[in-house]
Design a protein around this ligand. Structure first.
Ligand code: GLU
Length: 511
């Protein structure tokens, strides 16, 4: 195993929008692959047709793209081990199910739903210690262990409905290994005979997952904690196939917990506390229910990756919290993934996004501003958008704030903030601002620094206070007293537009 190429897979079932737990699983697989110069594979596990949701696969692909987790092998990307969608691999699985039947590790079962229900009721009434189809009950049921070969053959020939079940070994104590959790003990006597294959020709998750991991030469299975109970069965399947020597190593990731730490994070927590639980907008095609995504909420993918990476992982011995994707690829180890669940902290996530926006070059932020302006029918050229992003980026928590914080650069104020008027617009203000406009008119080089020098000099020479001049001027320019440095606003608006706005305020504001 030591020198084996690292090949990991993200294996979602397309049963709905990709939730945050899935995103984190994908991310950790991706980081692990990159760290070890390995391959990151996307395999779609769609064998359960009853849970199939149209659009879910496309959504998963698009989400990974937005987050920036580029896959090396997938249905779209191709690869040597395809197909990468299980429904396209349907023809492969029967032979493996048969291999287990032939080696005595699996058997046919013909029980009807009514018979299974009767068994369940009986076990319940008896208060049986293990209430499932397994070592303790299988010999009382209708299957190829209790029927003779001719009976089985004639049932199969007649086209009777059947399933193939795994024959769980009796009373075996297993000691399994998980990279994150260490030794895991399991007792097969409490496990059941899981269905591996159905007469409709479809394998169940367990069979398809093991066969595909084997055929795709997966080296490490990194997945959510909810799959830990399946580990004994998966180990036994590898053993039954005789693939133990090339069995992947397992790592089960901790749960993502609610912000208060009480239980697993759910979609409802997001709705209740006002944060997204999907990477991108998702509309459930069955219920029509719409959920807003991190992307549309205004998160940068880099911030999203950073916040997700720290959900259950930390590099140890450092206070550093901001990590680029490249740094994460370098630093990531499964040994530093926690066993305990990690609390989801929506406030911290906002903080991450704000840090990233502040630190991003304006050239990267400009497209967000351009897009939002366009939605309002305003075309902003890239260079102007960059100048404005530079001015407002430290005020933005979300990408949309770039527009919200700069709208007044593109539209003159339609009204003036009442509280600001009350506070800053005094009886003498029109006179002061009229004088100030004379000063502005005379400035040739209308750059921020130069305006600042000249206006400051004028204020000092006339023993005026900065507040009395600059607050109402800001109100006149932006409609309210917020925003970047006032001289930057003046320079950005330009002399002509600034003068128009000040004049309009002088004429329009009455107290
Ligand atoms: N299809 C499973 C899921 O949706 C994959 C579990 C695994 O990674 O083995 O989570």
């Amino acid at each position: 195993m030591e020198n084996q190429e690292v090949r990991v897979r993200f294996a979602p079932s397309p049963t709905g929008g990709l939730h945050l737990g899935g995103v984190r699983t994908a991310l950790f697989n991706y980081l692990f692959a990159r760290k070890h110069n390995g391959k990151f594979i996307l395999r779609i596990e769609d064998t359960d047709q009853t849970r199939f949701v149209p659009g879910a696969e496309e959504y998963i692909v698009k989400s990974l793209e937005w987050i920036g987790l580029d896959v090396d092998e997938s249905d779209i990307k191709g690869g040597e081990y395809g197909p990468y969608r299980q429904s396209d691999r349907k023809h492969l699985y029967r032979q493996y199910a048969m291999q287990l039947v032939d080696s005595g590790n699996a058997y046919y079962a013909f029980d009807t739903p009514e018979e299974l229900e009767a068994m369940r009721k009986k076990l319940e009434a008896e208060k049986a210690p293990v209430q499932s189809y397994g070592p303790a009950t299988r010999l009382t049921m209708k299957n190829s262990l209790t029927m003779n070969a001719d009976e089985v053959k004639s049932l199969l020939d007649s086209g009777a409905q059947y399933v193939i079940r795994f024959k769980m070994p009796e009373n075996e104590k297993l000691v399994l290994k998980d990279i994150i959790r260490g030794e895991i003990n399991a007792d097969t006597s409490i496990l059941d005979d899981k269905v591996l294959f159905k007469s409709d020709g479809m394998p169940t998750y367990h069979l398809a997952n093991i066969v595909d991991d084997h055929l795709m030469k997966i080296s490490h299975v990194i997945r959510g904690e909810e799959w830990l109970p399946s580990l004994p069965l998966h180990f036994l399947l590898y053993r039954a196939f005789g693939w133990q020597d090339t069995m992947p190593q397992f790592a089960h990731l901790p749960l993502i917990l609610k912000p208060d730490g009480k239980g697993k994070l759910s979609k409802r927590d997001g709705d209740r506390l006002g944060f997204p639980v999907f990477p991108m907008n998702w509309t459930d095609p069955k219920t029509g229910e719409f959920s807003k995504g991190y992307k549309e909420y205004g998160f940068l993918p880099e911030a999203f990756i950073n916040m997700m990476a720290l959900l259950g992982w930390n590099p140890g011995n450092t206070d550093q919290e901001i990590f680029t994707k490249e740094e994460l690829c370098q630093l990531f180890t499964l040994e530093h993934v926690n066993k305990a669940g990690s609390k989801f902290d929506p406030e911290k996530n906002k903080w991450f996004n704000k840090q990233y926006i502040e630190q991003s070059p304006a050239s990267k932020l400009a497209p967000y501003l351009i897009e939002d302006a366009k939605a309002e029918g305003i075309d902003v050229p890239q260079d102007r958008a960059e100048q404005i992003c530079e001015l407002v980026k430290d005020r933005a928590k979300y990408t949309h704030d770039l527009w919200h914080e700069s709208e007044y650069f593109f539209k003159e104020p339609q009204q003036y903030n009442e509280a600001n008027v009350k506070k800053f617009w005094k009886a003498e203000t029109p006179e002061i601002l009229t004088k100030a406009t004379e000063v502005l008119k005379g400035i040739e080089d209308f750059s921020s620094k130069n305006i600042e020098n000249i206006v400051t000099e004028w204020i000092n020479a006339n023993q005026l206070s900065f507040g009395k001049v600059l607050n109402p001027m800001r109100l006149a320019l932006a409609g309210e007293c917020k925003g970047p440095h006032i001289f930057d606003i003046l320079a950005q608006l330009g002399k002509e537009e600034s003068l128009i706005r000040i004049d309009k305020a002088i004429k329009g504001i009455t107290i």
